[in-house]
Design a protein around this ligand. Structure first.
Ligand code: A2P
Length: 348
């Protein structure tokens, strides 16, 4: 049921905490300064991605995924389908097909809820939509803050500059949600190393996960190394290249991953599908990976990717595909007058 690289997480409610090191912490109860606890909770390495799935399709996809053995679902309010994911999960737990405790459910804080007073209400809305009492993992979706009254920014006035919504403030509100039992673990998405380092310096609860775009064209080796050294799990989003992105997020000509000759050759060698090679590549790097599909046969192939074992030659060939190429480049968040730039988001 768990991927071959099923990742270890600490006990329920025991996210890795800042070790005391004699530094008094002014925020949070005293136990927040305690040492890291024994690790034993597990997050399945392959999760079902739900970005770009319509509510109708995602409902069937979640039910089918749970039926065939997925236990990790990656969600976000920005995907516009959490209510449908929630209904499907409820149906499966109510029928006894699966229990809540077996599931790993991740969701994300959208950019319009970074101010401290908006964090818990945003999480509660997600919990209501997902029909859950708690989340396993809650991530800051982007290091970008926009006004609570907009969803996607269209002009300068829609943004909140980072000085007015510092990440650490948002994080502390998320830490409170952990203490209240609304979420077991917290983490981030789209964070570069300097930003992770700054967060680590000030956080009482260390980020458990950083979710970033990763695939053979964007291997993210530096972030992967940093995360490995700092006990942060890296989740690969868009592992198949997210070819079903809306047109406004696409460039005129884009390189294809699923039809890339190197991936095709390795797939042939293993009698596997190209998608399985891409997923297996992520697993071989000890990443969490969240391929999206709404087709039963693909859901199955993607889950079965854990049985496709790449050898060092395959890994070498794929490693030569790195091109620093982003499918999701963040330009859709950079409307005129934005105080946020892509250069800053990616530190490039
Ligand atoms: P579909 O949902 O119609 O199955 P990503 O996970 O990188 O966002 O990519 C999702 C895209 O990849 C979707 O277009 C999805 O199509 C497609 N996809 C998912 N699994 C497979 C697979 N096994 N073979 C080919 N395409 C796949």
């Amino acid at each position: 049921m768990f991927g071959r690289n099923g990742q270890e997480f600490p006990d329920k409610g025991a996210q890795p905490l800042r070790e005391s090191a004699g530094i008094p912490h002014t925020s949070g109860p005293t136990c927040m300064k305690s040492h890291t606890l024994a690790a034993n909770a597990k997050i399945p390495a392959i999760g079902l991605g739900t970005w770009k799935s319509s509510p109708k399709d995602v409902s069937c996809a979640v039910k089918e995924a749970l039926r065939i053995g997925y236990r990790h679902i990656d969600c976000a309010p920005a995907y516009g389908n959490e209510h449908a994911v929630g209904a499907a999960i409820k149906e499966c737990t109510a029928s006894g097909a699966v229990s809540r405790e077996e599931l790993w459910i991740t969701s994300k804080l959208w950019n319009n809820a970074h101010l401290q007073e908006h964090v818990q209400p945003a999480l509660e809305k997600t919990l209501a939509d997902l029909r859950l009492e708690y989340l396993d993992l809650y991530l800051i979706h982007w290091p970008i803050a926009v006004s609570n009254t907009v969803f996607f920014p269209r002009s300068a006035k829609d943004y909140i500059p980072i000085e007015k919504a510092p990440i650490i403030d948002t994080w502390q509100a998320m830490e409170k949600c952990v203490r209240k039992g609304l979420v077991r673990y917290i983490g981030v998405c789209n964070f570069h190393i300097r930003r992770l380092d700054a967060l680590k310096r000030d956080a009482a609860i260390l980020p458990a996960v950083n979710q970033v775009e990763t695939h053979p064209f964007l291997q993210q080796n530096a972030i992967a190394d940093y995360c490995r050294k700092n006990n942060i799990l890296l989740t690969a989003y868009s592992p198949l290249g997210s070819g079903d992105r809306p047109d406004f997020m696409k460039k005129q000509s884009e390189p294809g991953l699923l039809d890339h000759p190197v991936i095709g050759k390795i797939a042939k060698k293993h009698a596997a599908r190209p998608a399985q090679i891409l997923i297996s590549w992520a697993l071989s790097r000890d990443l969490l990976v969240i391929p999206k599909s709404t087709h039963p046969e693909r859901l199955k192939h993607n889950l079965d990717a854990e049985n496709v074992i790449l050898d060092s030659r395959d890994m070498q060939e794929i490693s030569s595909m790195d091109a620093g190429y982003r499918y999701v480049d963040g330009s859709f968040l950079e409307s005129p007058g934005s105080p946020y730039t892509r250069a800053d988001i990616w530190d490039e």
